[in-house]
Ligand binder design. Structure first.
Ligand code: FES
Ligand code: FES
Length: 183
């Protein structure tokens, strides 16, 4: 099977029951994404697939051979940190760090969702969701932190989300998706 991960091509001969998480961790040496529960409950394994956040423990690698997969290693590196990684450091948004790769991938995906105008369950304005603490907590509720670094995680995400636009604005496709979510 062939995969594109972090902009790089990989070939792997794996069992068709292999999850993307296991593909990355066990076969490709990409150990940034963590296995917490292996049941879709904790978010430690979150990656971005075609820009959408996904629990990689719950999806089979074989289904994503034509997709763009981004792991925490693709968002930033030690000498070139992603703005969210920098903010997590600034705000002390972690303790043991086990949940952190998933938190940051999930935060990147959720900030993009807000940029696209997609509302959540707690959005006051369904046409233009804001980035208040309730919104961040709701949208990040799939990412658990056993060390309970939540207040600092929220601070880090709010800081990055409130800064300059992420480089894209909502288009007609986003508006249609937002309407579908509201409906
Ligand atoms: S390891 Fe995937 S959600 Fe917990
Ligand atoms: S920093 Fe330890 S689980 Fe989140």
């Amino acid at each position: 099977m062939h995969f594109t991960i972090n902009g790089r091509g990989f070939d792997a001969d794996v069992d068709i029951r292999t999850s993307i998480l296991d593909l990355c961790r066990e076969h490709l040496g990409l150990t940034g994404a963590k296995k917490g529960c292996d049941h879709g409950q904790c978010g430690a394994c979150t990656m971005l697939i075609n820009g959408r956040r996904v629990n990689s423990c719950l999806t089979l690698a074989v289904m994503h051979q034509d997709d763009e997969i981004v792991t925490i290693e693709g968002l930033g590196q030690v000498d070139d940190l992603h703005p969210l990684q920098q903010a997590f450091v600034r705000h002390d948004g972690y303790q043991c760090g086990y949940c952190t790769p998933g938190q940051i991938c999930s935060a990147a995906g959720m900030l993009d969702e807000i940029t696209r105008g997609w509302p959540s369950h707690v959005s006051d304005d369904l046409a233009k969701p804001s980035l208040d603490d309730d919104e961040i907590a709701e949208r990040m509720s799939g990412n658990l932190c056993r060390c309970a670094a939540y207040p600092n995680i929220v601070d880090a995400i709010r800081e990055v989300g409130s800064a300059a636009p992420a480089g894209r604005t909502a288009d007609a496709k986003d508006a249609a998706m937002a309407e579908e979510i509201v409906a």
